[in-house]
Design a protein around this ligand. Structure first.
Ligand SMILES: NC(=O)c1ccc[n+]([C@@H]2O[C@H](COP(=O)([O-])OP(=O)(O)OC[C@H]3O[C@@H](n4cnc5c(N)ncnc54)[C@H](OP(=O)(O)O)[C@@H]3O)[C@@H](O)[C@H]2O)c1
Length: 350
């Protein structure tokens, strides 16, 4: 029989000491492992992540600089035709492209208003860039004959056009049932037939040079239709469709096409809108008042042209979502538009 003596077992104190020692040892080994890991992480951060971060920022900055230099070179001395240059977005585009060193041809219906814009531009001094006194051409976009004469005059005077900005336009307010057909035609002539007539008149010379850039200022309403804007939305949908076709057809001649689709802009568009019977609307809507400034949108146009973008949507979250909703969930979009129509009718009646 084996007798186990009491002293063969360690005392409770000794066991506790031993255990405590083991725990301290474990913890300190953990601690030192953690320190080693932390050290390795810091090494990794300082040798890999930080240089990678700085490198990416550097490459991005270089890319932006090259893009900016290319844009500068592209716009400097370019012959740029802007329609609707007497007001709103057209006027601000005139300022932006003038400052970029372009040779401008400002178009409008009113010669005096055009001269005012030329006068305003002449007071702007740009020490860093050579600017040019703009040329002006007066014509009404809804009269095709005058549009063709204007195109001839532009080519005669400047020889060629590098960039055509189809900006001029009018808006519309009214119910479809009340709107006389002449109003639909007027909006379509100004917003669609006029710009395409000018584009077609200038296109052959661009094709001949294998160089040119055509810009269409469309609208979010070229992608979605909202109630009581039928003629306007239809004209902008037609614009989008025409210039999308054009882009595909002229790519082989190295001609660029950019369609810009803004949301609301703080201009006279709503005030100058025509109504169902052809009269002047004369009201600046709340949405228009709360829109982007024309100067902001003009900068977007300048950058889009400089970067030869094919399409730009210049709108806030709500209109942008509406465009996606129209395509992804049309039933929901249609019911939202029907609600909007009901609300607007109610508000008008009260
Ligand atoms: N404002 C917005 O909320 C908004 C939103 C999306 C898209 N857009 C688009 O932006 C473009 C510019 O409009 P805007 O907002 O700057 O409006 P705006 O201030 O009313 O300017 C419109 C310009 O178009 C010219 N125009 C109108 N009818 C013409 C015609 N028959 N022939 C020649 N020129 C004519 C006007 O000339 P007059 O000075 O002689 O009237 C004016 O220079 C339009 O295509 C519009 O559809 C505007």
């Amino acid at each position: 029989m084996i007798r186990v003596k009491e002293k063969d077992f360690p005392s409770f104190e000794a066991s506790a000491d031993f255990l405590a020692g083991e725990i301290v040892c474990f913890l300190s080994s953990c601690g030192s492992r953690k320190t080693v890991q932390k050290g390795r992480l810091m090494d990794f951060t300082s040798t890999v992540i930080i240089p990678l971060l700085f490198g990416s920022v550097g490459i991005f900055a270089l890319f932006r600089l090259l893009q900016w230099m290319r844009m500068r070179a592209y716009l400097q001395e370019a012959v740029v035709v802007i329609t609707g240059a007497t007001s709103g977005l057209g006027k601000e585009c005139a300022k932006a492209f003038h400052a970029a060193g372009c040779k401008l041809v400002l178009c409008g219906r009113d010669s005096e208003k055009l001269q005012d814009v030329v006068q305003q531009l002449s007071t702007v001094t740009n020490h860093r860039k050579k600017t040019h006194k703009p040329h002006t051409v007066v014509f009404d976009l809804s009269d095709t004959k005058t549009v063709l004469n204007a195109a001839e005059e532009i080519l005669k005077y400047l020889g060629h056009v590098d960039i055509l900005i189809n900006n001029a336009g009018i808006s519309f307010r009214g119910t479809i049932v009340d709107t006389v057909l002449d109003v639909d035609k007027k909006v379509m002539e100004t917003n669609y037939f006029g710009p395409i007539a000018l584009t077609k008149a200038l296109l052959p010379s661009m094709i001949k040079r294998r160089q040119g850039h055509i810009v269409a200022i469309s609208s979010v309403q070229g992608k979605i239709s909202i109630p009581f804007r039928s003629a306007y939305a239809a004209s902008k949908h037609a614009t989008q469709a025409f210039f999308d076709c054009l882009r595909a057809e002229v790519e082989q001649y190295d001609i660029d096409v950019t369609v810009i689709s803004p949301g609301y802009i703080q201009t006279n568009l709503s005030r100058n809108a025509v109504t169902a019977d052809g009269s002047h609307y004369g009201v600046t809507d709340k949405n228009t008042m709360e829109g982007q400034t024309a100067a902001e949108v003009a900068q977007v146009v300048l950058n889009a042209v400089g970067q030869k973008k094919k399409e730009v949507l210049v709108a806030g979250l709500k209109p942008s979502l509406a465009v996606y909703l129209r395509n992804l969930c049309p039933r929901l979009f249609f019911s939202l538009m029907a609600d909007r129509a009901k609300k607007e009718r109610k508000a008008k009646a009260s």
